[in-house]
Design a protein around this ligand. Structure first.
Ligand SMILES: Cc1cc2nc3c(=O)[nH]c(=O)nc-3n(C[C@H](O)[C@H](O)[C@H](O)COP(=O)(O)OP(=O)(O)OC[C@H]3O[C@@H](n4cnc5c(N)ncnc54)[C@H](O)[C@@H]3O)c2cc1C
Length: 300
């Protein structure tokens, strides 16, 4: 039986695997290789890794893991997890392999849906982003748009004012703001356009302008958008794992969920950044070691 199966090979999963493997646990990391940031060309604000390509980050992470004989990696997808009688878990992969383990780290990240704007996928990760902390610097001082279809809009608009003075907010025909919020945008010189967006114009993923339903074409060289995160995590229902009101898995500092032997880290516990996800993975790996040491140690 394997000591730990880590599901998901992003920063959270790789960190958990590294720490658990260094603790002499037999660790298997299983990764479907579909990370949320696959659309982007550069990642930012991870100390010593700033501006690294996402695929290089993963390659280097995997290289670190494979320095340890205790850690192995498999490209596959976990479809089912069953709790077995002997306080362990049976996992089934897409390739129909079954794996028995004592501990699981859920580090599957989160999937997101972009605003309903035709062609936005061409720009997302190139000149339109979702997280100002991740990509605000690269977009600074440009004429920007915030495409905002959801209620986080006012919060993101306030943040973006830090990076540019030339910001418009486009709701794509949706009614997103209260009367008070509209006033706040106005007094902060942020123009609100509630018309539907007909077209995003640009080349090679670089936004140049936005065309609205009333015929207005507004020059913009980039922007941000709010996204909807899909918290319909499959194993949560199968295993009865506690989630918060936003649908993310609830853990303590050491990554414990409410189910013994199941830990969680990274964006499955809430939207974050690479370095935050990596640190949560580290804590989950440490939690597994601490728990197994506690169990094995003889007390008087
Ligand atoms: C456009 C964009 C730009 C970003 N830029 C930055 C940035 O500059 N700096 C920054 O810090 N953050 C950035 N982020 C955020 C960053 O990508 C996330 O915070 C981080 O990837 C979360 O790590 P994670 O390990 O939780 O999940 P992920 O990195 O998403 O990894 C989860 C992994 O689990 C796998 N998986 C899912 N389900 C299964 C399953 N059933 N079986 C096996 N494997 C499975 C997935 O395929 C994936 O490989 C950006 C995000 C986006 C969308």
């Amino acid at each position: 039986m394997i000591d730990v199966v880590v599901i998901g090979g992003g920063p959270a999963g790789m960190s958990a695997a590294l720490v658990a493997g260094r603790g002499k646990n037999q660790v298997l990391l299983i990764d479907e290789e579909k990370p949320r940031n696959a659309v982007t060309h550069e990642t930012h604000a991870f100390l010593t890794r700033d501006r690294i390509k996402p695929e290089d980050f993963r390659k280097e992470g995997r290289r670190d893991l494979l320095n340890y004989p205790t850690i192995s990696i498999k490209n596959d997808k976990i479809l089912f997890i069953e709790k077995t009688l002997e306080n362990s878990f049976k996992l089934t992969t897409e390739s129909r392999e079954t794996i028995q383990t004592k501990n699981i780290v859920l580090a599957t990240g989160v999937k997101e849906t972009l605003p309903d704007v035709k062609g936005i996928e061409q720009y997302y990760g190139n000149s339109i982003f979702s997280c100002p902390f991740c990509d605000g610097w690269e977009m600074k001082d440009r004429p920007l748009v915030l495409i905002a279809e959801s209620i986080q809009a006012i919060h993101v608009a306030k943040l973006l004012k830090n990076w540019t003075d030339d910001l418009i907010v486009a709701t794509n025909g949706n009614s997103v703001f209260t009367a008070e919020q509209k006033k706040v945008l106005e007094i902060n010189n942020i123009r609100l356009i509630e018309e539907s967006i007909v077209e995003l114009k640009g080349t090679g993923g670089e936004l140049q302008s936005i065309v609205f339903e009333n015929g207005e074409e507004n020059s913009r060289s980039g922007g941000f958008c709010t996204t909807v995160l899909d918290t319909n995590f499959p194993f949560v229902e199968q295993l009865g794992i506690e989630v918060n009101e936003a649908g993310f898995i609830v853990t303590d500092m050491m990554g414990h969920t409410n189910i013994k032997g199941i830990y969680a880290a990274g964006e499955i516990t809430g939207p974050s950044q690479l370095i935050v996800s990596a640190s949560q993975g580290h804590m989950a790996g440490a939690g597994i070691i601490a728990d197994s040491c506690e169990e094995a140690f003889q007390e008087i």
